[in-house]
Design a binder for this molecule. Structure first.
Ligand SMILES: [Zn+2]
Length: 326
């Protein structure tokens, strides 16, 4: 009986390892490839500030490793930026606008809940005329989850329809609907609703300024290519969490995965598994203080003799990898 229990424990642990194995740093020989920088253009999305004063990113935007196998799997798609803090820290509106939603934490099992597990949620609508991925927009939304409360000072509470300016308090940081004190912060373009076909969330770093020791767009990226199956490993420092896109050209076929436009991502699978259609996205675990951001893309079934690979950040800066001609 005792042996059986040990055996079962080992089996369960083995399965866990099998299912949840995060990306690990690859050491690879890139001498057979040319690697050259590519540059894009930074876009100004208006005057903003970060939503908290002390900025500690505990989870970046995009495909995320969950560290343990939950009921939904080892991965999910993180639609925002997590900023860890202390309960009661003031949360600020990142720009001028109008309070669009004030949602108190939904009761467990509530049939209608706009933000399941979001806890206390505030949403601010910001009027802005801009283009994103060539599509015109007239507004965007900033979304603040897990708020401790909606206290905005002077015994006032945040109210729907209330106008705010850049830096208006909208509530206090907390852990409602979450397991630790942090602000889950999102930017959604044009529409607030997330459906299986449309996901308006983009990397919030498009809308936030570089901050010393927090977010620095230095374009210092490392890439590693290995085969069987064709795997592209990307890493950057923990201050450069704006990875956005991989494009691979092989045998006349182009595959592109873009975290913000969701091109190449199967929106029906983003919450529960690593295979996103024709690619397996395998991010490493990330917490505040993790020294580097690391993510693998595996392309099973794609001809390994690729002609070109691009990795790009949100601004289009990145690297181009081509095989050296024989
Ligand atoms: Zn989050």
């Amino acid at each position: 009986m005792y042996n059986l229990r040990i055996y079962l424990a080992m089996l369960v642990f083995g399965l866990w390892l099998l299912i949840c194995s995060p990306a690990s740093a690859l050491t690879c020989d890139m001498s057979q490839y040319n690697i050259s920088p590519v540059t894009g253009t930074k876009v100004d999305y208006g005057n903003t500030r970060w939503p908290v004063n002390t900025i500690q990113i505990s989870d970046p935007f995009g495909s995320r490793y969950l560290a343990k196998n939950t009921s939904t799997g080892c991965y999910d798609y993180h639609r925002g930026l997590d900023l860890q803090g202390t309960e009661g820290d003031t949360v600020y509106s990142i720009a001028a606008g109008t309070v669009y939603i004030v949602q108190y934490e939904c009761k467990k099992g509530a049939l209608r809940c706009g933000f399941p597990n979001g806890g206390n949620v505030a949403v601010v609508e910001h009027p802005l005329t801009f283009k994103f991925n060539d599509k015109p927009y007239t507004k965007y939304y900033s979304v603040y989850l897990h708020l401790h409360n909606f206290d905005i000072g002077n015994n006032q509470k945040l109210k729907q329809g209330q106008p705010v300016v850049l830096g208006s308090p909208i509530g206090k940081l907390g852990r409602t609907g979450a397991s630790y004190d942090h602000l889950h912060f999102e930017i959604r373009l044009g529409d607030i609703n997330v459906t299986e076909r449309i996901d308006p969330s983009v990397n919030p770093l498009y809308f936030l300024e570089e901050v010393h020791n927090v977010y620095r767009d230095t374009n210092n990226y490392t890439v590693c290519v290995s085969k069987s199956p064709l795997t592209v490993s990307f890493s950057s420092s923990n201050q450069e969490l704006d990875f956005n896109e991989i494009e691979i050209q092989s045998a006349g076929e182009t595959r592109k995965i873009n975290f913000s436009t969701k091109e190449g991502i199967d929106l029906t699978q983003v919450d529960n598994s690593s295979p996103y259609g024709l690619v397996t996205i395998n991010p490493a675990d990330f917490k505040f203080g993790t020294p580097e951001y690391l993510i693998d893309f595996q392309f099973p079934g794609l001809d390994e003799n690729f002609t070109r690979i691009f990795v790009r950040d949100i601004w289009g800066n990145g690297l181009e990898i081509t095989p050296k001609s024989l």
